[in-house]
Design a protein around this ligand. Structure first.
Ligand code: ATP
Ligand code: MG
Ligand code: MG
Length: 353
């Protein structure tokens, strides 16, 4: 079989490499950190920075197609690669999802509503923006945030004392979002194939702990119409970006069942890990199928399930988890269990009648 290039060597790259192997492909991973989770299962690692020109040339030469496992792949790297080899998802998807302002402009531009938002570059702009949002909101770094990092919450009509906030946030471009009183959070994992075909999984209901995804539950406690709206929004995004591969789109569900999009990730997504245990084709297989130009698999869900992340010391639960029936365990091969580090996940499956 031919070789698929993967930029990024974390657990998502690892699971992509496993799915690629199962479909008969070889994989080569570009990742600066040696013995990374993905390199433990890929055929080969190019150990270099994501923007190393020689490494990118080597990756292009070795690969029939290149994909990636994280949204902060330098756009210049994706563009340089794309001159030599197909790169999926397209670089435009990276551009849009790397900057929360560009992302929200894009979503609203194609008719997908988000929370109100306002770019903030200094304490004066923050004061003005908070006034506009009646003193509450979430201030986020526009770039590089994940697991709730780079965020600060303002509540209860705060009207002053903002001096130094932007400096404390690192003097980087920021965005203030209005605070959404959501009833629950859901996400849709969806794929678009090389021929334009679409496949969306059932929405997952997500609960976060300390800013990190804790559980994803299927089915989500939402009406079928709400699920359909979320899936249609994901499909609209995929088509608008001429996308190939898996995308993850997060939504807030309001009390009346309406949705606001929160953010999107141009890659396989933590809230889609349940698919390996309860769907015919996992998100990882689906992504490999899409970027390799194969027909998409079925996203049909055969079981109800709850996926839970193993963070840091949660790894000590492994012996007890192994004793449970109807539980699929997936560990990432990380030697050291640091606080907040994603070590693995498991999915409890309950078959439907
Ligand atoms: P991820 O790890 O999912 O990439 P992130 O660091 O990019 O997370 P967000 O998804 O933007 O951050 O926010 C993290 C969580 O904070 C959300 O899942 C939600 O629970 C809460 N949150 C974010 N924005 C808002 C908002 N505007 N109103 C209310 N809650 C919010
Ligand atoms: Mg995010
Ligand atoms: Mg998020």
């Amino acid at each position: 079989g031919s070789t698929i290039g993967i930029i990024g060597g974390g657990q998502l790259g690892r699971m992509l490499a496993m799915a690629a192997a199962r479909l008969g492909y070889r994989t080569v991973v570009l990742e600066p950190q040696a013995d990374c989770p993905a390199a433990q299962v890929a055929n080969r690692q190019i150990t270099a920075a994501y923007d190393d020109a020689a490494a990118l040339a080597e990756l292009a030469a070795a690969s029939a197609v290149v994909t990636y496992e994280f949204e902060n792949v330098p756009v210049v790297s994706a563009t340089a690669l794309a001159a030599k080899v197909p790169v999926y998802p397209p670089a435009r998807a990276l551009e849009v999802s790397q900057d929360r302002l560009a992302e929200k402009n894009f979503l609203n531009g194609i008719g997908i509503p988000t929370a109100d938002y306002c770019p903030v570059d200094n304490d004066g702009e923050l004061t003005a923006a908070l006034k506009k949002f009646n003193g509450s909101g979430i201030l986020k770094t526009r770039r590089m945030g994940y697991d709730g990092k780079g965020q600060r919450v303002f509540r209860n009509m705060e009207t002053g004392g903002f001096a130094g906030t932007c400096e404390a946030m690192g003097n980087v471009p920021l965005i203030l979002e209005s605070f959404v009183a959501f009833e629950r959070e859901i996400s849709v994992i969806a794929a678009r194939g090389l021929g334009g075909g679409l496949a969306a999984y059932d929405p997952a209901e997500n609960v976060h702990r300390n800013g990190i995804l804790h559980t994803s539950t299927l089915p989500a406690a939402i009406r079928p119409e709400t699920a359909a709206v979320a899936q249609a929004a994901a499909a609209k995004i995929l088509t608008a970006l001429d996308y190939v591969g898996i995308i993850g789109v997060e939504f807030f569900v309001l009390a009346d069942g309406s949705l606001l999009a929160n953010e999107m990730a141009p890659r396989v997504h933590n809230s889609g890990h349940w698919t390996e245990a309860a769907a015919t084709a996992s998100q990882f297989e689906q992504h490999i199928r899409a970027v390799a130009g194969l027909p998409l698999g079925s996203p049909a869900r055969h079981s109800d399930c709850v996926m839970e992340n193993l963070i840091g010391d949660d790894i000590l639960r492994v012996p007890a988890l192994l004793a449970e029936p109807d539980l699929m365990l997936h560990l990432y091969g990380k030697a050291e269990a640091r606080p907040g580090r994603k070590m693995g996940h498991f999915t409890r499956v309950s078959r439907r009648a």
